[in-house]
Design a protein around this ligand. Sequence first.
Ligand code: AMP
Length: 282
Amino acid sequence: MRIVTHVNEMKSIADEYRKEGKIIAFVPTMGYLHEGHLSLVDIAKKKGDVCVVSIFVNPIQFGPGEDYDRYPRDVRRDERLLEQRGCDTLFYPSTSEMYPEDFLTRVRVEKLSNILCGKSRPGHFEGVTTVVLKLFNIVKPHVAVFGEKDYQQLVIIKRMVRDLNLDVEIVAGEIIREKDGLAMSSRNVYLDPVEREQATCLFRSLLLAQDMVKAGIRDTKTIIEAVNDFIKNFDRARIDYIKIVHPDTLEELEEIHDRARILLAVYLGGARLIDNMEIDVP
Ligand code: AMP
């Protein structure tokens, strides 16, 4: 596996790949890799001829007082995991390489960036779209793979690609979970043993919503109230939001007719966890 730390070198490698007629499949990450990230590498390897993974903890997507400084990092371990999984090139730039002192530009997808997670994390998605567009220009992928774990991010990136006519296909990977249902996340290391146990309330509450729909309930207010009451039984959990939305537009639904997705964010101690699930309508 090639390890590249400079933007110009990564661009030349991408040019070489393209000259050789190779399909570049790209997986952007913030590192501290787990099976969720590695499942995206598997998808990338199927979709392309060469797989490029980036590891970059992007400072501009963290708000003041958020966990940028303590975000877990272990690039040596990440390198081993990527090598084993068959990644061809790891792009691992420094912060100053990505953001020289005179950096001024921001990319913003209106509306979609201010709702759900964007409400409690102002500026977060602007930081995400800015770094993802930069990474696309550096890695020059034909295909980029994103996890459904960050569902709002996936929708926003698809919209950016469409609105800005970018020549990259966005592919979604399903959420990979621990045995007890907790969605894998680099941030799960923040949880103490009690919080870790209570963290299953996210997945279990999504199943509860799913069951209610299966039982014929279509009114989202009733479902959200039940999910809210369920999570309130866990004393370490504090709900940020619970919403049922249209999967493409993220518009809140009053009634579930055909396609819908439930999204939630819950604080457990010092960690802010997110999860979501497609709602199958029988
Ligand atoms: P991150 O390192 O948290 O920025 O995540 C990098 C990519 O991995 C994003 O596209 C995430 O949606 C995806 N991802 C993170 N956790 C999971 C998971 N449990 N299952 C599937 N994809 C995931």
